[in-house]
Design a protein around this ligand. Structure first.
Ligand code: ATP
Ligand code: MG
Length: 550
């Protein structure tokens, strides 16, 4: 028995359908073929990660194939820049396609099939304008009106269609429509346009064509020609399935690819439409498609979010038929969980305040756990000394109740080091604290504490003499919460979504490989990067859920 012929157990409704097809003898498991079909009119976003998870993931489960299929039927919006970015993003997410193809690879066959439909009386050339077609389409409750050109003979249609192809007509002057049923309860079946005239240069076929097939007509043909068995798409195409099937049946496809729809990924406070993301880039609201605040895959990558965490998120939200909205905090929780297990710990200070230990002289090296959740990670040394930096928020002259950090006469433990007691502070002429003065308890060293003193709080620090200056960047959502429903995205822009601090970090961080993620203790997960000479610590995700706090 060959292992690969075993049907895996279904884990979602798509796999159930595929298993039924396998059980009915329509195909063997390893013949399952899907395609990921981006339109190269922008960068991929996190919603596409779900689509990839479904398409590549399903093929992988059956030992089948998934193609990368570029839907480039719309010449005016598509660009090679986007094709390259899409390829890179798929690889980043960890998927490999079996074959790369383009709708435009099939333009010749798509055209021949249209001639065949014409000759069989299943398509006609229509002279109505787009406006007139729209106005004669009818409504959900009323049938549409048949076009006066509907009864042209196949020969006349063929002649006109060839003239359309030859460039005899201007954009919109004519179109080719499928001849289906103007009274169909499904509006998509009311003689849909399947070819339009568009004198536009295509990014791959150049000026070869001045007529282009419509998506609904081209897609089932491209699926069939690639050998796709299950065409997995999002729910908005459910009403288009009868047309998908009509094309397959009319052209006699055997085996006919089967379209299955699943729910889109929606995330609170996150806009994924490419049109909107493009506008953010064009209006300079962000630095580019790969800005770390963008929900694009290249944005997530520059944010430092691990691809494995994105895949894990997709696996956990699951594949369903019902529309739903996922909390952004759930995505962050997946990222945090991954980084908690994989990121080394380090100390960094966002807003440094000098702390001097008045009774400490010399220096020593202390043990520091690289990752307490991972025993094999081991320890490293950190240099302790008389002059340290702590975070300004960890010292208060006017502490609220239950403030367990440093305050007048208070004690606190310096992480992995000693307990210190606040003895005083210095201020500038405006009364701002410029330095905290402490004494330390020599017997309180972490791991061998015999001081008998209990410190309720633990704070992080860096050695002022050896630390590396670091620019710390923190982010907020690009959008404020909607104040009222229907508010436009442009009215919801958070103009303050990036915060930059002059911080400091252990020298260890400056020596790490570019892009390494760290958990900065008590602060968050940060990606280490350099910009010229400058060390930058860029926030990946906070330690706690900021969004609910705000
Ligand atoms: P956008 O509206 O962002 O432009 P799109 O659907 O037009 O998205 P395509 O490039 O045409 O983007 O999409 C490629 C595939 O990804 C399609 O099968 C589409 O259904 C799927 N997809 C897009 N957005 C999502 C999402 N939020 N969740 C799941 N799948 C998605
Ligand atoms: Mg689209």
């Amino acid at each position: 028995m060959e292992e690969k012929n075993v049907t895996p157990e279904a884990t979602n409704f798509i796999e159930q359908i595929i298993n039924e097809d396998i059980a009915a003898g329509k195909l063997r498991p390893e013949q399952v073929q899907t395609r990921f079909p981006p339109e190269p009119n922008g960068y991929l976003h996190i919603g596409h990660a779900k689509s990839m998870f479904v398409n590549f993931g399903t093929a992988l489960r059956y030992g089948g194939k998934c193609n990368l299929f570029f839907d480039d039927t719309n010449p005016s919006k598509e660009k090679t820049e986007f094709v390259d970015a899409i390829r890179a993003d798929i690889h980043w997410l960890g998927y490999e396609w079996a074959r790369e193809c383009y709708a435009s690879d099939f333009f010749d066959t798509i055209y021949e099939f249209a001639e065949r439909l014409i000759m069989e009386g299943k398509a006609f050339v229509c002279d109505l304008s787009a406006e007139e077609i729209k106005n004669t389409r009818g409504t959900l409750t009323e049938p549409g009106t048949e076009s006066p050109y509907r009864s042209r003979t196949p020969e006349e249609n063929l002649k006109l269609f060839r003239e359309m192809k030859a460039g005899k007509y201007a954009d919109g002057e004519k179109c080719l429509r499928a001849k289906i049923d103007m009274a169909s309860p499904n509006v998509n079946m009311r003689d849909p346009v399947i070819y339009r005239i568009l004198h536009a240069t295509h990014h791959r076929t150049g000026d070869k064509w001045c007529i282009y097939p419509m998506y609904d007509y081209a897609h089932p043909i491209c699926d069939y020609l690639q050998g796709v068995t299950h065409s997995l798409c999002t729910l908005e195409f459910e009403d288009h399935r009868p047309l998908y099937d009509w094309v397959g049946i009319s052209l006699g496809f055997d085996p006919k690819p089967r379209q299955i729809e699943f729910a889109r990924l929606n995330i609170t406070n996150t806009v994924m439409s490419k049109r909107y993301l493009k506008k953010l880039v064009e209006d300079g609201k962000v630095r580019g498609w790969d800005d770390p605040r963008m929900p694009t895959l290249s944005g997530l990558r520059s944010r430092g979010i691990p691809a494995a965490a994105v895949r894990d998120f997709c696996a956990r939200i699951g594949i369903a038929k019902a529309q739903s909205e996922c909390e952004y905090s759930y995505f962050e929780a997946c990222v945090r969980e991954y980084l908690n297990a994989h990121a080394e710990r380090a100390m960094g200070i966002v807003d440094p305040l000098p702390l001097t230990i008045v009774n400490y002289e010399g220096e020593e090296e202390l043990d520091f756990d690289k990752n307490p959740t991972d025993e094999s990670a081991g320890t490293r040394k950190v240099k302790f000394g008389k002059h340290l930096l702590i975070d300004r928020s960890d010292f208060s002259l006017d502490p609220p109740p239950k403030y367990f950090r440093l305050k007048k006469d208070g004690v606190v433990r310096l992480k992995n080091a000693y307990i210190v007691r606040c003895e005083g502070w210095n201020t500038d002429e405006n009364g701002n604290v410029t330095e905290v003065l402490c004494s330390y308890l020599p017997e309180s060293r972490s791991g061998s504490d015999t001081s008998g003193v209990k410190a309720k709080g633990v704070i992080q620090w860096v050695n002022a003499k050896t630390c590396a200056p670091a620019e710390v960047r923190q982010y907020e959502s690009l959008l404020r919460d909607a104040d009222f429903p229907g508010q436009d995205f442009s009215e919801r822009m958070n103009e303050n979504s990036e915060h930059i601090f002059a911080g400091a970090a252990e020298p260890y961080l400056a020596e790490a490989a570019e892009g390494t993620p760290f958990q900065l203790l008590r602060t968050g997960y940060y990606k280490m990067c350099t910009e010229g000479e400058k060390l930058v610590l860029s926030e990946i995700v906070s330690l706690k859920d900021n969004f609910n706090k705000k």
